[in-house]
Design a protein around this ligand. Structure first.
Ligand SMILES: CC(C)(COP(=O)(O)OP(=O)(O)OC[C@H]1O[C@@H](n2cnc3c(N)ncnc32)[C@H](O)[C@@H]1OP(=O)(O)O)[C@@H](O)C(=O)NCCC(=O)NCCS
Length: 177
């Protein structure tokens, strides 16, 4: 069982109890604005997505963590690593991704979890490079990416959606948590 504790958060694998709170997060158009084509997900789509996250963990040895608030035990969203299959040109690089419920924005939780995920990628999984792929205009993600020390490398067009994306990267051998 892969778990990471940070001062305020627990990052862990997914359970059935996460499906309802994650479906609430995925049903919020503000949360989903910069995710894929911006569509919200219904509970069935959320359950399918969580199943894919767990499959990725089993296949790759890394994946998207369920992020729980210590103390209250609430699920606040997801942060973790993923193979960006939608963008074949960056493979075999692994991406870092995040999505928190709106009430959990602006408290430093995404950055706290993301720092722990980069450390996990380097120290636990031995990855030497991680990318972030953000829609141009997604300023909240760009802010987190900057705080992680990730640097912009290039702009590309989303193969399926045709919208502009910016690719950032960090060499983890130079990363200091
Ligand atoms: C992208 C997203 C995860 C960023 O979350 P966030 O809460 O803005 O990010 P952070 O964790 O870095 O917190 C931001 C702010 O919290 C504030 N904050 C409050 N308490 C804090 C604390 N104890 N420590 C650090 N920051 C704190 C800071 O002011 C910080 O802003 P700053 O960097 O300008 O100083 C969030 O906006 C989100 O889930 N969006 C929807 C999904 C999405 O777009 N995902 C990406 C596309 S796939």
């Amino acid at each position: 069982m892969t778990e990471i504790l940070t001062p305020r958060l627990m990052l862990r694998r997914w359970t059935d109890d996460d499906l309802v709170p994650m479906a609430e997060i995925n049903a919020d158009p503000e949360v989903m604005r910069w995710v894929g084509d911006g569509s919200v997900l219904d509970p069935e789509q959320t359950a399918e997505a969580v199943e894919r996250y767990e499959e990725e963990w089993d296949e790759e040895g890394f994946g998207l963590f369920a992020v729980e608030l210590l103390g209250s035990g609430e699920l606040i969203g997801l942060v973790g690593l993923s193979v960006p299959e939608f963008l074949p040109e960056v493979l075999p690089d692994v991406e870092i991704r995040w999505r928190l419920g709106r009430q959990f924005w602006g408290q430093g939780y995404a950055s706290e979890a993301a720092h722990a995920v980069l450390e996990f990628a380097l120290q636990d999984r031995g990855l030497d490079r991680v990318v972030a792929i953000a829609h141009i205009g997604d300023r909240a993600s760009a802010n987190v990416i900057g705080k992680l020390g990730m640097v912009p490398e290039r702009e590309v067009s989303h193969p399926a959606l045709g919208v502009p994306l910016r690719i950032y990267a960090i060499d983890l051998t130079e990363y200091r948590a």
